[in-house]
Design a protein. Structure first.
Length: 336
C-alpha cells in the first residue's frame, strides 16, 4: 500500500498540489498557484508544440516544477511518490483528453475513467489522471472526485444518507443526486459566474458594491434574505432589474444591493429543492460561500433536512477522493 500521494487539483485557472498521508488523510504540506490548465495549454502551443515537445511531456515538465516547489517547502524528497490529478487536466486542453465516465456512477470511484502514465527518467512519478462524469445533458470534471471524498468521510462517520442531494456551491454550482452507493444525476447552476457578470459587466455594476461582503450586519443579512424571497415570487429576468430600482429609489445601499443580487441568484438555484422534499440535503461549501447558502436554506425552510459539512473538511475532500480513487483503481489492477 502506498503511504503517501501527491494530490493535484488542476483547474482551468488554478493549481493546487498537496502531499497527503494516504493512511489517515492528513495533509503534510501544499502549494497553489494560478498556473491553470488554460495557461499551461497555451504555453505548450507557443513554446512546446513548435519545438516538437509532446503535450503530455510539456505538462509533466510544468508539473515537475511544482513538485520541486513542494519538496522544498516540506523539506523532503518526493521522488517516487505517485501523483493523482483531477480537474481540467483530462479535458481537451489538458494533459490528455479522456472520455467521461457515465451515470450511474459508483460513489467509491471504482467506475471512474482514468489513465495511468508510468514514471520516466526525468519525471520519477507514476501519474493517475482522472476524468469527469457526464449525463445526457451535463458534464463535470473535478467535482466527482470531491464527491468520492465526501462519501468516504460520511461513511466513516456513519452519517451517509441513502438518498441525498449534495450541493457544491461555486462559480458553476453542482447539485448531485445520490441513491444508495451511486450518483444517479446532477445539475449545474451558473450562480457564481452570473453574479460576477451582473456585478461587474452589466447595467447593474453601478448599483452594487461587492468589496465588503465578508462582514455582514443584520441589515445586510436581511437584504440577502429579501433577494431569496423575491427569487420565489417573480421571474429572475424581471427580478434582476429591481437591483437597479433599489439603487435609484434609495431602498438599499450598494453593499446591501449586492447581497440582494446574491440572494436572488442563490435563491433561484435552491428553489427547485422545494419540490424534492423526500431527499436529504448535504451542503458542501467552502468558507467564502457557506454563510450565504446557510442563510438561503434557512429562509426557504430547508435547513432542517440539511447536513452541513464544515468548510475546512470541504477543503480536503478532493484530496481524500483522489486517495480513494487511487486505492480502488490500484486494487482493480492487482485483482486482474
Amino acid at each position: 500500500m502506498v503511504n503517501f500521494l501527491l494530490c493535484c487539483d488542476w483547474g482551468t485557472s488554478f493549481f493546487r498540489l498537496r502531499l497527503m498521508n494516504a493512511s489517515d488523510y492528513q495533509s503534510l504540506g501544499e502549494i497553489h498557484s494560478q498556473t491553470g490548465i488554460a495557461g499551461t495549454f497555451t504555453g505548450w502551443q507557443t513554446r512546446g508544440a513548435s519545438r516538437g515537445i509532446a503535450r503530455d511531456h510539456f505538462f509533466r515538465q510544468e508539473l515537475k516544477k511544482q513538485i520541486d516547489r513542494l519538496a522544498e517547502k516540506v523539506a523532503m524528497p518526493l521522488d517516487g511518490i505517485p501523483v493523482v490529478i483531477s480537474g481540467m487536466a483530462s479535458s481537451s486542453i489538458g494533459m490528455e483528453e479522456l472520455p467521461y465516465a457515465t451515470l450511474p456512477f459508483a460513489v467509491d470511484g471504482s467506475q471512474a475513467s482514468v489513465r495511468h502514465f508510468d514514471a520516466q527518467a526525468d519525471f520519477p512519478h507514476e501519474i493517475m489522471l482522472i476524468s469527469g462524469v457526464s449525463s445526457d445533458q451535463d458534464v463535470m470534471r473535478g467535482e466527482e472526485t470531491q464527491l468520492v471524498g465526501l462519501i468516504a468521510l460520511l461513511q466513516l462517520s456513519g452519517d451517509k444518507p441513502q438518498e441525498a442531494i449534495c450541493i457544491f456551491p461555486g462559480t458553476h454550482s453542482k447539485h448531485m443526486a445520490i441513491q444508495g452507493d451511486q450518483l444517479v444525476g446532477f445539475d449545474t447552476y451558473m450562480t457564481g459566474e452570473l453574479f460576477s457578470l451582473m456585478a461587474q459587466q452589466s447595467i447593474l455594476k453601478d448599483s452594487v458594491d461587492t468589496s465588503l461582503l465578508a462582514h455582514l450586519t443584520d441589515s445586510d443579512k436581511e437584504a440577502f434574505r429579501r433577494g431569496v424571497r423575491r427569487s420565489g415570487t417573480s421571474p429572475i429576468l424581471n427580478s434582476l432589474f429591481t437591483i437597479r430600482t433599489n439603487q435609484l429609489f434609495d431602498k438599499l445601499t450598494k453593499k446591501q444591493n449586492a447581497l440582494y443580487l446574491s440572494g436572488l441568484l442563490i435563491g433561484t438555484e435552491l428553489n427547485p429543492l422545494l419540490q424534492q422534499d423526500n431527499w436529504s440535503l448535504v451542503l458542501c461549501s467552502g468558507s467564502n460561500l457557506s454563510i450565504f447558502y446557510e442563510l438561503a436554506l434557512a429562509e426557504l425552510n430547508l435547513l432542517h433536512r440539511t447536513i452541513t459539512i464544515p468548510p475546512d473538511i470541504i477543503d480536503l475532500v478532493a484530496s481524500i477522493g483522489q486517495i480513494n480513487l487511487f486505492q480502488n483503481q490500484t486494487a482493480k489492477v492487482t485483482a486482474k
